[in-house]
Design a protein around this ligand. Sequence first.
Ligand code: HEC
Length: 130
Amino acid sequence: MPIAARPSAVRASACLALASLALLSACADEGKPVRVEGGDAAVGKRLVAQYQCGACHAIPGIPGATGDAGPALATIGRLSYIAGGIPNDPAQMVAFLRDPPAHKPGTSMPALGLTEQEARHMAAYLYTLR
Ligand code: HEC
């Protein structure tokens, strides 16, 4: 009897394994970074280092980026809002990066003179941080 019970136990656990694989791949899909039209994350990463965003932000993967004047950007790619109230989508991210005070009056993040293209690359990189 115990022997007869075994194959179904094996089948049940194989089924569980498959089910969790399916779950995993569903999560992986959901976890895909947001695409930014015309943005290249590798270029964005270099720009973020070059503009020294890390003077004010802790940013994993950017050497020396340990600032704490602004929020850590470790999970910015999966937050629903930018700066606490701006819906986090590529267009608004690019606009915010180019001119934070225009989008959040009174913010202490300054406009750093980014071009539209630079902001797109940076946004593409930021969406990989999740
Ligand atoms: C002088 C300090 C300073 C610099 C330099 C700076 N930031 Fe910020 N940043 C801030 C502050 C402060 C906030 C919080 C804004 C708010 O909520 O008012 C912020 C917010 C942000 C946010 C939204 C974070 C969140 O969790 O909602 C992003 C994204 C961001 N900055 C990216 C950048 C990038 C990219 C650079 C470089 C181009 C940069 N910052 C340079 C101070 C700075």
